[in-house]
Design a protein around this ligand. Structure first.
Ligand code: SAH
Length: 248
């Protein structure tokens, strides 16, 4: 079981697989007022940066589940490196349908809401692991500028304008699902650059090391087109944030 190889090629050097900087991740941990021993579940935990740094900085205890073998290995190595391997565990597997044995204080899905079939489905899934009064974290894109056409939405790698909401609409949708929005930390264009631009150097280096790989042509085409596509579309139109929610 693994995710498509193109992602592990382009994001092999990323610690955070989202348009967040280490500073924004630390801000998120701080605003949640995490305490020593807070139990955190993270579905789609990637390379584990959120759980590992929060374990180091705030003393949380965490479990992460991720379908990428590489990212899960990187997460385990990061935990060793930060000296928090006794506080966090990383499981390689499909997080769809995953419910914690023991209820957690914080249940998160940061930039992987397809795991529950969309935002609403992922919130239902996370709710099954969350203690009453616990905090849910959803990381999700929104339109910072509404694309005028589906073609422009396509330039942002969405299927259509309907794929995402504007920020006010996204916040309102959490209310309709019965949740208070109690905090949020948003990406900005600079933190988007930190997510997208490192992929280019990673691809360039990978191409030099793997010229005969079956994916070399695809990666070459991607590297050629990505900077302009990103600057034209995603950087202009797409926002992203992590929203902290509590059931009403
Ligand atoms: N939350 C992490 C990773 C976000 S990227 C971070 O912010 O860094 C999306 C992640 O979802 C990837 O690590 C990918 O491997 C993982 N993923 C995709 N489908 C999954 C599934 N069905 N179950 C678990 N993880 C999944």
């Amino acid at each position: 079981m693994d995710i498509p190889r193109i992602f592990t090629i382009t994001e092999s050097a990323h610690r955070i697989h989202n348009p967040f900087t280490p500073e924004k991740l630390a801000t998120l941990g701080a605003v949640l007022r995490l305490e020593q021993g807070t139990r955190v579940l993270d579905l789609g935990s990637g390379s584990g940066e959120m759980l590992c740094t929060w374990a180091r900085d705030y003393g949380i205890i965490g479990t992460g589940i991720d379908m990428s073998r590489l990212f899960t290995e990187q997460a385990k190595r990061r935990a060793e490196e930060l000296g928090v391997a006794d506080q966090v565990q990383f499981i390689h597997g499909d997080a769809a349908g995953y419910v914690a044995d023991e209820k957690v204080d914080v249940a998160a899905c940061v930039g992987a809401t397809w795991i529950g079939g969309g935002v609403a489905g992922t919130m239902e899934l996370l709710a099954r692991s969350l203690r009453p009064g616990g905090i849910m974290l959803i990381g999700e894109p929104y339109w910072r500028k509404l694309p005028p056409t589906d073609e422009v939405a396509g330039g942002c790698l969405a299927h259509s304008v309907a794929d995402f909401l504007t920020l006010p609409d996204l916040l309102a949708s959490f209310g309709r699902l019965g949740y208070d929005v109690v905090e949020m930390v948003l990406a900005d264009q600079d933190s988007w650059d930190r997510y997208e631009a490192p992929k280019w150097l990673t691809m360039r280096r990978w191409l030099e090391a793997n010229p005969d790989d079956v994916l070399a042509k695809e990666v070459r085409a991607h590297l050629t087109s990505e900077p302009v596509r990103y600057a034209t579309y995603t950087r202009e139109y797409l926002g992203w944030g992590v929203f902290a929610l509590m059931a009403r």
